[in-house]
Ligand binder design. Structure first.
Ligand code: MG
Length: 164
């Protein structure tokens, strides 16, 4: 049996394809753009990746297990509500979030002007100060599905700390 650590790290990843006529929501913040991400919920890939990082750190199952896209109650739902539920699951296991860090891969739109708003939005749900949230964006230099503007990908990590 391994020794249980006070600190737990988790990794999350998500990709959603773009489609015209949908709203682009990242970290619960609406980003002005001519396309949005396709998905059953609001398709907030950043919030999904962060939620999976948190679930992974807690040794829980993935976001699709708790919120299946076959379930009509999650249709069009704000992913921040899913993240809130994830937080409850984590607190139920006596963990609190130390920090999270994420990188958005997107050819467009520019994410930088929205970084502070997104940090506030995620921080409100996760009970984190903006300085406990890392958020960067990069392009794929025109290569691959992200580079061709077909979609947007997010990598996220989270650190949990055991309470008590
Ligand atoms: Mg997703």
């Amino acid at each position: 049996m391994g020794v249980e650590s006070t600190f737990r790290i988790g990794l999350g990843y998500d990709f959603h394809a773009f489609e015209e006529g949908r709203e682009l929501v990242l970290g619960g913040v609406r980003i002005p753009y001519d396309r949005g991400l396709i998905g059953h919920s609001d398709a907030d890939a950043l919030t999904h990746a962060v939620a999976d990082a948190l679930l992974g750190a807690a040794g829980l199952k993935d976001i699709g297990t708790y919120f299946p896209d076959s379930d009509p109650q999650y249709r069009g739902i704000s992913s921040l509500l899913l993240l809130e539920k994830v937080c409850r699951l984590i607190r139920g296991k006596n963990y609190r979030v130390g920090n999270i860090d994420a990188t958005i891969l997107a050819e467009a739109p520019k994410i930088k002007p929205h970084v502070e708003a997104i940090k506030v939005s995620l921080g409100r749900v996760l009970y984190l100060k903006p300085e406990q949230i890392g958020l960067k964006a990069t392009t794929m230099e025109g290569r691959g599905p992200v580079g061709r503007g077909e979609g947007l990908a997010v990598h996220a990590v989270a650190l949990l700390m055991k309470d008590g």
